[in-house]
Design a protein around this ligand. Structure first.
Ligand code: UDP
Length: 255
């Protein structure tokens, strides 16, 4: 197991103390595959891993929640099929384990120490989720990759991300998307769409902006965890956020 990168403390980071020291990155399965395709694209995973490595080098403690939509989504699998929806959701959760292993090996190939912890028991390939152990890994500079979502069907890994964020007391939830934040309209189809720099949790819920599941936003609100929506494909974006730069869209209580 690779343990070569020794993270510096926040005060030793190149830009001084980090704004967010313990961060949770939520990446969807589509962030790990070729755009418009399914499965895993090693180069995409490598790009994600490089961004995580930059933050670890700055002294950030990083945990990652991976989605599984590039492989299986419960609601899709069960449609018009004898596979029960519940089974489909478990298949989706298992898909996140596959993605987590891809992220793990890629990070370790870059010299970043990791652990995978799963909400579903898959003891031959990873640890089970144990909150106190996860925190210990983070304190030791290991990137902890959370697989298996919440371990329960009918919800998504967004909710899993908010849950783990609250459990390990992360300072921020970084939601990686294809665009650099939340827009007034779809920037792909509407050239007049503009980026919104700041939103409150209530605005996201009331305006149905679809940033994350309502349950995930609600949990972040109750736990006081800010959410930053950012484009991970722009190199250095994640680093910029943890250092306090105004990248993407920040969602918080707005006080
Ligand atoms: N899933 C689930 N419970 C969870 C997390 C995920 O049942 O706590 C299932 C659900 O079917 C979901 C699939 O796993 O569609 C893949 O997760 P998600 O859709 O969140 O992946 P992403 O869109 O982030 O790639």
């Amino acid at each position: 197991m690779t343990e070569s990168i020794k993270p510096r403390t926040g005060s030793e980071g190149s830009n001084g103390v980090l704004k967010y020291r313990r961060v949770l990155l939520k990446i969807s399965g589509e962030g790990l595959c070729t755009p418009g395709k399914s499965g895993i694209d090693g180069q995409q995973v490598c790009r994600v891993a490089e961004e995580i490595k930059l933050v670890v080098r700055l002294g950030g403690q990083v945990c990652v929640v991976v989605g599984g939509g590039n492989i299986a989504r419960g609601s899709t699998i069960s449609k018009g099929s004898p596979i029960e929806e519940t089974t489909g959701h478990y298949m989706g959760m298992l898909a996140t384990v596959i993605n987590a292993l891809a992220v793990q090996d890629t990070l370790e190939s870059l010299g970043v120490p990791t652990r995978v912890q799963s909400a579903l028991a898959v003891d031959n390939v990873c640890e089970r989720f144990i909150r106190r152990r996860a925190i210990r890994h983070l304190e030791k500079g290991r990137v902890v990759i959370f697989a298996g979502g919440t371990g329960n069907p009918f919800v998504t890994t967004d909710t899993g991300a908010a849950l783990r964020c609250a459990e390990v007391r992360a300072d921020v939830l970084l939601k990686a998307t294809k665009v650099d934040g939340v827009y007034t309209a779809d920037p792909v189809t509407d050239p007049t769409a503009t980026r919104i720099e700041h939103l409150t949790y209530n605005e996201v819920i009331d305006r149905r902006l679809g940033v994350m599941d309502v349950s995930a936003i609600d949990l972040c609100q109750r736990s006081g965890i800010p959410i930053v929506v950012l484009d991970l494909s722009i190199s250095g974006n994640m680093c910029a956020v943890v250092q306090g730069a105004g990248v993407g869209t920040i969602i918080d209580a707005g006080e």
